[in-house]
Design a protein around this ligand. Sequence first.
Ligand code: ZN
Length: 248
Amino acid sequence: MFYGWRASTLKQIQVTKAKCDLCGDHCTHRVSVFGRYIHIMWIPIIPIGRKIVGECQNCLKTVKRKEFSMDLDNQLRRVESSIKRPIWHWIGPAILGVFAITMAYSIATHKDDPRKIYLDADEAKMTIQPTMESDSISYQLKSMFDVFVTEEMRPQSFSYYSKVEEDKVLLLLEIPEFKNLDKKVRPELLEIVTQVLDGFAHLEGKDRYLGVKGKYNMMLVKTPTEFENSNLASSDGIYDFYGPDQIE
Ligand SMILES: [Zn+2]
């Protein structure tokens, strides 16, 4: 079982000269104190009390705590308070506690990256009909995609936006059917992008920041430091286009 309860022996004590109800002798009893806990994947999650069992060393009869003779009970009481659970029984509660504090802390201190605003603004500028005058890079790219991308991908539904800074260039694409394109094939689109960018002399040596959105979110991100190709890519890499992170 991956979960359930288990017990580990906390302590064993020899109690001498305690009366046994079965054999009638005053004999040595071995008293075992078990600490029970609920575990998940053998990690103790919640301590759930103790179980105490005595065993007559003469006739081997075992008795539960409730059935202990006065003698046995008195002798156990003397040492009982000193019997502690080992620290590892508290691993579960400790992990949960640390987790809860960490979550609370990260929720309390969470701030959106301020550069998200810039990216959102630029994403909003994507258009399915870029013109040579307003955005020559997007225009050029669209004319390539319209020729080389299969009709199933509906190239006429692609949106484009590009922005050129002193030492870097940003290119945003939205491809509604991108999800249906095999992950292994997706980078082939990048080759077309690379060719187009290489064709512009004024882009030479500039860092390239490329983001491809599917219908809802970024799915492919390529920057000088990052490459992500998944159904849910993080936009974080693209933020660097807008400058360093200002948040401490
Ligand atoms: Zn006995």
